[in-house]
Design a protein around this ligand. Structure first.
Ligand code: NAD
Length: 467
């Protein structure tokens, strides 16, 4: 019998929140259960001609809404328990931000650094083929996306494989996070980090909440530490810095670095690209190991690597006043209690990293409507704005320069609309869960679960469980 540790951590948080909802035990049990669990093995022919058996997983946690949605992870941590937990988190996350999908997750148990590009392509295509054969992928059934260890490149391979075996007019919608020239959407690559930024910004804009933490309102001037400078960590850090926050510490696989005066993100990324790590970055202090920087004094800690990073072993020493959970499951339930009891604000993963799935939803809509956002309205908006500016010119002495006209009359293109939709989603959802937090006197994670359970539960009630 497999030991379901991460999945049971998610369920513990669910159980705690369910006490504040009106649903009976049976329905709550149904909401927690994983509807479909797939474990496949398949052979990979390595470049040297040898054969390796690869383990792949896909879990569809909840079919209360279709398609189901969730990333594909390439990591040695991948197993049934992890995939079930992450799929369940996806269900709750989608509900919190009103993205109309059920939750799913997939993964392949490999350390991607040990495989050539050609091997990764063969492996990805074979995994996608298996998913398709078993009906675990499709624009109306289950739609993967990138996660830890995968990127738009892998999503492009998955789409191409799916297309070869399915003549489906909506095929492009079978996967999101694709390259732009294969039906992707502007803003998806940076979406999760951008959403993390919008979520932290919204939390920091609440003067009352910040006062309780002994902090000033706003992001500007706040210090932060980020763990994991991959897609999510890098983009979270980028937007935090653009808004005036100071990055004083970074943790990566090879170690952690710290500088109270701030670390230059652009230069660090160049160094990381060249050296394959961050240790030794010029003029910046290297700490004893890659966990040490999580414990330094800072306003905001952003774990953006993997689960189980803030745990019983280090929770007592975590000093950050705000934990922004960019990764999935970075804080164990015991660590959560310790950090919360110290008075810190934990902005939970099932809300904070929902930017990725939100923009994936926009991408999927673009694919099934077969048209880019802004195509119909952008010029119309621009012409309307120009007419208004013209009237302003005629009733006042003000003459606009061509540059001003261009700036003021700008219509919404795909990039602007995606960004606006993402910010709207993150802001609305934050205020919804912060309100529930105050009404019930609970923490934000419990509040996010209450919000999710209420939404999923009322869906079940509405449709009748047994068709
Ligand atoms: P990624 O592979 O792009 O980056 C992960 C980074 O973490 C890498 O740079 C890696 O070297 C580093 N890392 C790994 N172990 C570490 C450790 N012990 N200490 C410090 N650094 C370490 O992955 P990603 O897509 O950025 O995903 C990161 C997290 O965000 C995961 O938990 C993932 O599930 C979650 N997430 C990702 C998305 C998305 O759109 N990519 C969406 C929602 C949630």
């Amino acid at each position: 019998m497999q030991d379901y540790k991460f999945f049971s951590e998610v369920n513990q948080a669910f159980d705690k929140a369910s006490a504040y909802t009106r649903f009976d035990k049976g329905l709550l049990e149904q909401m927690k259960a994983c509807n479909d669990v797939l474990h496949i093995t398949f052979p990979l022919e390595k470049d040297d001609g040898s054969i390796e058996v690869i383990h792949g997983y896909r879990v569809e946690h909840s079919h209360h809404k279709l398609p189901t949605k969730g990333g594909i992870r390439y990591s040695l941590t991948v197993n049934e328990d992890e995939t079930m937990a992450l799929a369940a988190l996806m269900t709750y996350k989608c509900a919190v931000v009103d993205v109309p999908f059920g939750g799913a997750k997939g993964g392949v148990r490999i350390d991607r650094r040990n495989y050539s590009d050609a091997e990764l392509e063969r492996l990805t295509r074979r995994y996608a083929f298996q998913l398709s054969k078993k009906n675990f992928i499709g624009p109306g059934s289950d739609v993967p996306a990138p996660d830890y260890g995968t990127s738009s490149r892998e999503m492009g391979w998955i789409l191409d494989t799916y297309r070869q075996i399915n003549s489906d007019i909506d095929a492009e919608g079978c996967v999101t996070g694709k390259p732009l020239n294969q039906g992707g959407i502007r803003g998806r690559t940076e979406a999760t980090g951008r959403g993390v930024f919008f979520g932290i910004k919204e939390a920091c804009s609440n003067a009352e909440d910040m006062k309780l933490l002994g902090l000033e309102k706003g992001i500007e001037g706040k210090t932060f530490v980020v763990q994991g400078l991959g897609n999510v960590g890098y983009h979270s850090a980028l937007y935090m810095i653009e808004a005036g926050a100071k990055m004083i510490g970074v943790a990566e696989m090879d170690g952690s670095i710290y500088n109270e005066n701030g670390i230059d993100l652009k230069e660090l990324m160049e160094y990381k690209k060249e050296k394959g790590g961050i240790v030794g970055f010029e003029g910046i202090k290297t700490l004893p190991d890659n966990k040490a920087v999580l414990e330094v004094d800072c306003d905001i800690l952003i774990p953006a690597a993997l689960e189980n990073q803030l745990n019983e072993k280090n929770a007592e020493r975590i000093k950050a006043k705000i934990i922004g959970e960019a990764a999935n499951g970075p804080t164990t339930s015991k660590a959560h209690e310790i950090i919360k009891d110290r008075g810190a604000l934990i902005i939970p993963d099932n809300y904070l990293n929902a930017g990725g799935v939100t923009v994936s939803y926009f991408e999927w809509l673009k694919n099934i409507q077969h048209m880019r956002f802004g195509r119909m309205g952008k010029r119309f908006e621009e012409n309307s704005f120009k007419k208004i500016l013209l009237v302003i010119e005629t009733i006042s002495d003000r003459k606009f320069t061509d540059k001003e006209l261009e700036f003021l009359a700008q219509g919404g293109g795909e990039k602007e609309l995606v960004d606006s939709g993402l910010e709207e989603t993150m802001v609305l959802a934050y205020n919804e869960i912060n309100e529930l937090r105050k009404v019930h006197g609970v923490d934000l994670r419990t509040a996010a679960f209450i919000s999710a359970i209420n939404k999923v539960g009322s869906m079940y009630e509405g449709m009748g469980i047994f068709p």
